[in-house]
Write a protein that binds this ligand. Sequence first.
Ligand SMILES: [Zn+2]
Length: 294
Amino acid sequence: MAIDYQSSTDKWVKCISSSGTIRAVAVSTTDISNHLGSRHKLSPAGKKALAESLIAGLILSSYCKAGEKVNLNIQASGWANQAIIDANAIGEVRGYILERPAHEVKLAKNIGPWGIGLLSVLRTKHEEAQPYIGTVPLLTGHLAKDLTFYWLQSEQVNTAVGIEVFMDGDQITLAEGFLIQAMPGATDHDLNFIEEHLKKLHQYDSSSPVRSTPTMLLSYLLENQAFSLLEEQPITLKCPCSIDRVKRSLMLIGQDELQSMADENKDFEINCDFCSETYVFSPELIKSLIRDLQ
Ligand SMILES: [Zn+2]
């Protein structure tokens, strides 16, 4: 079975200030990051990188319109070669990272764990529409900082992004992130106040009530603002892969290739990168694909 796991705790919460000039989203991914990280058999550092990527993908997709989806693709020189996240407007997400062995990670001074590289976001409205691609360089090695630059560049809106993942051994104890945007008309007073709160956020550890839920986090960050909650969306780990989809893609490799697989007379295992589901193809099953092709 491909993965379809709705978390009972992870969600995103969106709000807007009553003046309409500050909008924000906060997301928690503690549960799904542990779940997917274990499924992918990642190291603790790999789990942390995956959690950060999931948060980034979900912040991006939380501002998608119905039917839209985003694909986040990070190519980096640090703790991961690559991270791929698919997420959509209803909080469904899947993803994987290709870890780089710790001994091969060599980072320049003052560069964060991602290292340098490229961050691309592909937005798709629906299957036929031309996707929109935005790419920015990874410069600081800190995903939140480089995403701030992405929003600044793609939307020209004053933006603050935060991503934090706390670990205890190989378990993630808290993974959360937020995006705050100041729309035209926001006052300096509002912005200064938010900035003060952002600066002080690091004083609160993973067990602090401030960080206990996305709503509590927003309440803290926007403390002086009257705001209304717009949406609360549970997060679902979902991969649509299936034996039929794998069969269809296998049939694309052609009859000769399938025949030589069948001739080896052994089981072939095919793994889904996104959810680590394994599909086993026996020689009989491969022969049946050949018959379907004929
Ligand atoms: Zn899958």
